[in-house]
Design a binder for this molecule. Structure first.
Ligand code: GH3
Ligand code: MG
Ligand code: MG
Ligand code: MG
Length: 322
């Protein structure tokens, strides 16, 4: 029985050396109930990869989530070990979903291998395992994974760039408008309140005029940090344009909106900015409006907040109005 559950290796040393010297250096996890067989496999790949061994499905699952291997090699042939179940578990797990899986199975057991591929395994090898083929398929899987990870990463970065304001790192106007429509829809559906607030730095032009545009930029960044700190986790702060910011406040009625607006106003007013050793006071005015699902569009909702902001400015600035 042991002879059947171990992996037989046919090694052609020249090819192996050639593959090893190419230095792919992947992180592998080898799963085999037979620790000796797993160790033998690990030795084969270790010249060019780092190989960790797991001797049971639960150990493999835990280890996979922990070390995030770039390839899992699962030996299907052991009798008591449910490698197929492990494949579906790995595919269902958030952190293990995208790890490639290479199955090793018996020639007479192709039905199980086909099932494994159905469940999400990427490739397979039949016994006796040829070491060169094992190394070649390992390399292919790792290369694919790195390529896919790179694509995913740059997609994520591209999306981040498209929704952010580059100066402050806050979300931009386009994203805010998109989120506002969604927030209004949720508010309508769930019958929950929703408020928006427009905040505008007072006499910001003076900062630019007195200190220069770069200092103005610095102040905008400082303001963005202050705004973020004053908000709840569920609020969304965006740079609406220039020195104007819009905050979406899901679950906020007029009372909560005023509270958050005041918190923001006070935190700006009480934290002067240090500009080359000189403390410069900054204040902000804000207007807010509460979504009325029976008559508001995003445009009318924002317009009411803007009208309230205008009143706050007219009334002497450094205040929050509805
Ligand atoms: P108010 O209290 O009425 O809001 O006065 P204000 O001076 O803040 O408003 P105003 O609209 O007159 O001026 C806003 C200034 O913000 C004018 C513009 O040059 C400046 N500004 C807009 N965007 C930027 C930016 O990205 N960086 C810098 N440094 N200044 C900016
Ligand atoms: Mg203005
Ligand atoms: Mg202003
Ligand atoms: Mg303005």
């Amino acid at each position: 029985i042991r002879a059947e559950t171990t992996v037989d290796l046919v090694v052609r040393s020249d090819l192996v050396e050639q593959l090893r010297s190419s230095g792919l250096d992947g992180r592998l996890l080898i799963v085999d109930e037979d620790a000796k067989a797993a160790e033998r496999l690990a030795r084969t790949v270790r010249g060019q990869h780092s190989g960790t061994v797991a001797a049971s499905a639960p150990a493999a699952f835990a280890e996979a989530a922990r070390i995030k291997p770039e390839l899992l090699i699962i030996n299907l042939s052991a009798q008591s070990f449910d490698g197929l179940r492990l494949v579906s578990q790995l595919r269902a797990g958030e952190s293990t979903r995208s790890i490639p899986i290479l199955l090793i199975g018996e020639r007479h057991d192709e039905a199980r291998i086909a099932r494994g591929l159905d469940l999400g395994a990427n490739d397979y090898l039949l016994r006796p395992v040829d070491a060169n083929e094992l190394l070649a398929r390992t390399r292919t899987q790792i290369r694919h994974k790195r390529y896919a990870d790179g694509l995913r990463q740059s997609l994520t970065e591209t999306i981040e760039l498209a929704v952010r304001d580059p100066l402050t790192g806050l979300h931009n106007r386009r994203f805010m408008e998109n989120q506002l429509e969604k927030a209004m829809e949720r508010s309508r559906r769930d019958g929950r309140p929703l408020a928006v607030l427009i905040a505008d730095i007072d006499h910001f032009k003076r900062i630019n005029d007195e200190w220069g545009h770069d200092v103005g930029d610095f102040v905008l960044k400082h303001f963005a940090t202050t705004i973020t700190a004053a908000l709840r986790g569920s609020d969304l702060a965006c740079r609406y344009g220039g020195e104007e910011f819009v905050v979406l406040m899901p679950e906020a009625d007029a009372r909560v909106a005023r509270l958050i607006g005041e918190r923001l106003r006070i935190s700006v007013a009480e934290n002067p900015i240090d500009l080359s050793g000189q403390r410069v006071n900054l204040t902000v005015s804000a207007g807010y409006s509460v979504y009325d699902p029976t008559r508001d569009t995003s445009a009318t909702l924002l317009k009411r907040a803007d009208a309230a902001l205008y009143l706050a400015k007219k009334n002497g600035r450094n205040q929050v109005m509805a």
